[in-house]
Design a protein around this ligand. Sequence first.
Ligand SMILES: [Zn+2]
Length: 609
Amino acid sequence: MNGRGGTLRAMFTFTSPLRRAAVAVLLAVAPVVRAADANPTQERADRFLALVNSEYQAMITIEGNAQWDALTDVSPVHDAASEVGSKARAAFLGNPVVINETKALLLKRSELNELTVRELQQLLLNAAEGPMTNPQLVSDRIAAEVAQASTLNGFEFKLHGKPITVNEIDNLLESSTDLAERKAVWAASKESGKALKAGLIKLRDLRNGVAMELDYPDYFALQVAGYGMTTDEMVKLNEQFMRDLRPLYLQLHTWVKYKLAEKYHQPVPKLIPAHWINNRWSQEWTGLSEGADLTPFFKDRTPEWVAHSAERFYVGLGFPKLPQSFWEKSDLYPVPAGSPRKKNTHASAWHVDLANDLRSLQSIEANPEWFKTAHHEFGHIYYFMNYTRDEVPMLLRTGANPAFHEGFGELTALAAGMAPYLKSLGILPPDYKVDQNAFLLNDALAPGVPFIFWSSGVMTHWEADVYAHHLPADQWNARWWQYVRDFQGIEPPEPRGEEWCDPATKTHINDTPCYYYSYAIAQVFKYQLNDYIAKHILHQPPQSCNYADNKEVGEFFRKIMEQGKTRDWRVILKEATGEDLSTRAMVEYYAPLMQWLQEQNKGRPIGWE
Ligand SMILES: [Zn+2]
């Protein structure tokens, strides 16, 4: 597993789900004045934010160092230190004095400048994990989060009565062609949901309680506030994505079900049985485009070459080299065999002190997946570097919205997989004949198009129902499978009653709630930026272009990245591309594939209605 594709990461900087508050912070005197505004409310806010920003940086740094140790050298001592770091930060962010002052200032927002209002709003969002205005609620929530994480991580899956690991489940779903075995493995993978349901019901209520503590109607509303949107607006946006992409999705769905029926020697079904697809939730449909496998071309490369190529990509765009401390402090390669040290194998990028301490945790090997992942993670690192400026307060040193950070990572991963770039690096031989349909099909199946119907469709709608619309828990599984059917065109191998809780088998449902639309937005954003770059800067086709060494492309990146979250993301996007967030570019990117699919599907019934 690495940090993109099938396992898109919630966090580009790892933050622990454990956040608590306990100690008080002195806010009495802070004589620093940041702007020369004369009005007393602005002055009061300036003093408050000067203190908060410097304290915030200090807390983030302590927590970041401790978490880094915990992930790069797993041990009970490091876990304990990491938890203390998280508590310290939460104690500061959730402090009632901080929350009450923030709320009081926001009541006078008309007397404050825009940047100040943005900082205060961010502060309130940051407080959401542990608002100590209600200590009992916070401690109940932490206990429930800890219990849920322990059930989730400790769950023992069994196949025919024998323990089976998650990796073994995934490998079997990738390789087995025996449908009876696939069905048994798929069913085994759903067993954890039962064990997680009671905890999830409790957490739904506690998370909603936290949101109400901060004057939001529910937890979903609190999360989408990070985009400056309401629940309704977010759901509508995701529905628009699906409306735009539906003709393409229906063609892909048809092509895939014929392909799978042939593979398993079965009649062609209307809906695709869930256990026919390699992914446990059918969120990506891998292993179906044979003509796009680049693995053999990486066999003479080293992991170090992969890492330095990723840096060279950004340096070629005109960005500075990574600081020497990055190479010294990062942990980029697998732990050598036989070493007693254990590290987390999930790729991540870190802005440890919100200034110049940048690190990445990876386990790079010389293959196409890690090549893309390295570009992706370095995208986060260069985003960090670009908004590390005096003009960007610590509180706003983050992506313009959560999807922008992931979107840049995904954009560079997309660029890193294009044949002209791979040829310019010598990975692909100059005479390599690109099978453009195979490349596009590969992009479309993972993580492109079905992923939208999973993320915008099933995940977003179900969580909105549960958190914002208070769907009773005895209807959870029925609603889930209704959405899987309606949006994805997938059905379970057998009816799934309310004795199961299949949504809870997905990690994010438990530990990163009401966030998943961010991954859909990141995908849409990625195609939009790529389209602008290809057409307006490179004058090359978006499906096959080469960003390498183009300083104008770097300038385009920089203008977006350097703003951090100091301005509304919609304004930043419109200034950069001339467009609002839209699937137009994504639909156009796949237009040649659409044509190919229509030919392949000629005479076949399309869709599942
Ligand atoms: Zn990422």
